[in-house]
Write a protein that binds this ligand. Structure first.
Ligand code: HEC
Ligand SMILES: [Cu+2]
Length: 329
């Protein structure tokens, strides 16, 4: 729909700038209802103004009793009848529009679709790219790279409370419920970083539970996937080796995975390729060394209530740990 494609509606988190068939149908449906109601509203207002202007002389005096004739009765009946017919027709137009959109969305090809698993957590998104060879399964968080122009099947559920997966430029909302699996089809036809957000109140940090859908040309996506499937790089300098030791000897291992090391817990995000992400903590902070340091020492001061406790370590330990994490491309 071009009706809303005006500057100002070009954002990366708005359903008025659809970048795939899902959001396009939703925008069409929205535009249909919007313009029908705007036109009806204007007609009603104009009728009201015309009536008031015509009868303005009678406003100074006591209203006359309404006198009807069989002729005026008949005209009134016809007018009301016609308005009713038009109303029903308009409501049906909207209903049919909604059926057409729903049908088109349901028709997206599930068989040829690329499947990605999304798990909602308080307050971040765990993302899996399943592979027939289990050791090639990719696990990441909050930044969902996808191939452009390909039907995607997002298979979702929740690890705790109800969340809702919503990237407005791409597709409508889908609730993720604990103990219940759901599927939603989508496709992205424009390259870019399309921002999404949890759309179902899920606790203290609900507002800080965003994600990005990063749409890339197929080849670039495959490169990304291959790089993500690899185990973490082994330390190549004494400082980085010490940093890995800091990680493995602190509580981090109880909650995080770094593939290729003994750390294999799934309470928090997989950190195997942490340095390849551009944000941390579900979009709260850019992934810079300073932000990482602050986050590790006291995540609670950045995202109060989040499931990562403060960590105590010396300055040198932190420097070494950060040097290590920065190598996890
Ligand atoms: C009790 C579990 C727990 C421990 C211990 C823990 N973390 Fe976390 N960590 C989490 C959770 C949960 C998150 C996600 C928080 C959020 O975004 O709401 C997280 C997020 C992170 C992130 C951001 C990842 C991303 O992609 O957003 C980094 C980096 C991180 N932790 C590093 C560490 C390091 C280093 C240690 C040890 C010094 C550590 N964590 C200890 C649970 C833990
Ligand atoms: Cu939420």
């Amino acid at each position: 729909m071009i009706l809303f494609h005006v500057p100002g509606f070009r954002g990366n988190q708005t359903s008025l700038n659809p970048v795939g068939p899902g959001a396009e149908h939703i925008e069409f449906e929205f535009a249909l209802i919007f313009w029908i109601t705007v036109i009806v509203y204007c007609i009603v207002l104009i009728a009201l103004v015309v009536y008031v202007v015509r009868r303005r002389h009678s406003l100074n005096i006591m209203p006359e009793p309404i006198r009807t004739t069989p002729e005026s009765d008949r005209r009134a009946r016809h007018a009301v009848g016609a308005a009713m017919v038009v109303t029903v027709l308009l409501v049906f137009t909207m209903l049919i529009g909604s059926f057409v959109s729903g049908h088109a969305l349901g028709k997206m090809n599930r068989q040829s679709a690329y499947t990605i698993d999304v798990y909602g957590h308080q307050w971040w998104w765990e993302v899996h790219y399943p592979n027939d060879e289990p050791d090639k399964t990719v696990v990441t968080a909050n930044e969902i790279h996808v191939p452009m122009g390909v039907p995607l099947r997002i298979h979702g559920t929740s690890r705790d409370v109800i969340h809702s997966f919503w990237a407005p430029n791409v597709q409508g909302k889908r609730d993720l419920m604990p103990g219940y699996d759901t599927d939603v089809m989508m496709q992205i036809d424009q390259p870019g970083r399309w921002r999404g957000q949890c759309a179902e109140y899920c606790g203290e940090q609900h507002a800080h539970m965003s994600f990005y859908m990063v749409a890339e040309p197929a080849q670039q996506f495959q490169q990304w996937l291959a790089q993500q499937a690899a185990a973490s790089v082994s330390p190549s300098s004494p400082q980085v080796t010490r940093g890995q030791q800091v990680f493995l000897s602190h509580a981090c291992v109880m909650c995080h995975t770094i593939r290729g090391t003994p750390a294999g817990s799934r309470v928090g995000p997989d950190l195997t390729h942490l340095a390849s992400r551009s944000t941390i903590a579900a979009g709260v902070l850019p992934n810079t060394i300073g932000n990482l340091g602050g986050w590790i020492l006291n995540a609670q001061s950045i995202k109060p209530g989040c499931r990562m406790p403060p960590n105590h370590m010396t300055g040198t330990e932190l420097q070494d740990l950060l040097a290590y994490l920065e190598t996890l491309k």
